[in-house]
Design a protein around this ligand. Structure first.
Ligand SMILES: *Cc1c(COP(=O)(O)O)cnc(C)c1O
Length: 396
């Protein structure tokens, strides 16, 4: 191994990020990452922490006091939520219709829970009857967890009925809103969500590295009533809330620059306004679908269940998944995602998250696909995609 350092700084290639995350980052957020550091207990940093909590509450749609960014990516928020709410031997019900529901079951089992799965095929949502039946199979379910926006498939899970069912069974209602937060309504308080976690690199358009979580009164009560210590020292909210609360007790050094970035990203989100931001995600998605269908492609998720920020499209028979994605990346500098699990090789996942969700990006992708697909064995009218998207934008 060479001991000589590379002769130049890392040169990231130019990319347009239209995959399942990370998404495009606003230049103001990139600039915030380069600001000089202050100490993590500096009064100026404490002021930034307070503003961050206030803005996060607004974006989550909650009054929850315990609303903070966990240090780590979305999976750290997932693990924090589970290990703080679950004690060994608890029964939990988890909706499983993709990668992230599956990950929730893994984390819950490692935390000592016994998991009852409410399953649905990948690409579909978990229906209320399945949720009710799973809650009924558990003797005393501690919580029901659902993935609001299943990024692995593009399915949009409805919450209202599930929230009611969870509470009828005396269970906490927990959601994964890693991909939905900042792209479509999440409304924590209105939906009766007791605890939720998100991530920075999807519709908040910030680099990966922090995971906003929010715990409501019932979840905090559960935390106080625990009879076992939280099984993770790093993610123990009873300690983290003392750093993010009035006491400012040192726990671990907050990732200063990432918190600058999140602060700026939240300012960008709120300056646009949540309703305008959601409408932009919806418009871009509808134009993308119109364009893809005009090219002759089929969507993998049924209408009415499709996420605005992640569109799954079926790869036509005979087309080489990896070759098309490689050509898009190398020739057009566009990243899209492949399918996961049972959908591997079956679907492409196109993310229009946060800053990525623009008319120019939709047109650029459709134009590239229109040129590429015929070369990879799928006959289509190259210009038809962009034209259909243009009409959809015009009609919106
Ligand atoms: C991305 C994602 C996660 C995991 O986040 P990481 O930042 O990759 O750790 C969890 N849930 C959903 C729905 C996601 O899209």
């Amino acid at each position: 191994m060479s001991l000589i350092p590379p002769s130049r700084v890392f040169p990231p290639p130019e990319r347009l990020l239209l995959g399942p995350g990370p998404s495009q980052v606003h230049p103001r957020v990139l600039a915030a990452l380069g600001l000089p550091l202050v100490g993590h207990l500096d009064p100026a940093f404490v002021a930034l922490m307070e503003e961050t909590k206030r803005m996060l509450r607004e974006v989550f749609g909650t009054k929850n006091d315990l609303t903070i960014p966990i240090s780590g990516t979305g999976s750290a928020g997932l693990e924090a939520t589970i290990v703080n709410l679950v004690e060994p031997g608890d029964e939990v019900v988890i909706g499983v219709n993709g990668v992230f529901g599956t990950r929730l079951t893994d984390v819950a089992e490692r935390a000592g829970a016994s998991v009852v799965r409410a399953e649905a095929p990948w690409g579909e949502v978990v229906p209320p009857e399945t949720i009710a039946a799973a809650l009924g199979r558990a003797r005393k379910p501690r919580l029901l967890a659902l993935v609001h926006a299943e990024t692995s498939t593009g399915a949009w899970q409805p919450l209202e009925e599930a929230s009611r069912l969870a509470h009828e069974h005396g269970a906490l209602f927990v959601i994964d809103c890693v991909t939905s937060l900042g792209g479509c309504p999440v409304d924590i308080d209105r939906m009766g969500v007791d605890a939720a976690y998100s991530g920075t690199q999807k519709c908040l358009s910030c680099p990966p590295g922090l995971s906003p979580v929010t715990f409501g009164p019932r979840a905090v009560e559960r935390l106080r009533a625990r009879t076992h210590q939280v099984r993770s020292w790093y993610l123990d909210l009873t300690m983290l809330e003392k750093y993010w609360g009035e006491e400012r007790v040192y726990h671990h050094t907050a990732p200063i620059s990432m918190n600058y970035a999140l602060y700026e990203a939240l300012r960008v989100v709120l300056e646009e306004g949540l309703d305008a931001r959601f409408a932009r995600h919806r418009r871009s998605h509808e134009a993308l679908v119109a364009g893809l269908e005009a090219l002759g492609l089929e969507m993998a998720v049924a209408p009415g269940r499709r996420l605005w920020m992640l569109t799954s499209v079926r790869i036509p028979a005979g087309v080489d998944d990896a070759a098309v994605r490689r050509a898009l990346l190398e020739d057009d500098h566009i990243e899209i995602g492949g399918g996961l699990g049972p959908l591997k090789g079956q679907t492409w996942r196109i993310g229009l998250m946060g800053e990525s969700s623009t008319e120019a990006n939709v047109r650029r992708l459709l134009s590239a696909l229109g040129r590429l697909l015929p070369r990879h064995g799928f006959a289509c009218d190259a210009e038809s995609g962009v034209a259909a998207a243009g009409r959809a934008y015009g009609a919106a």
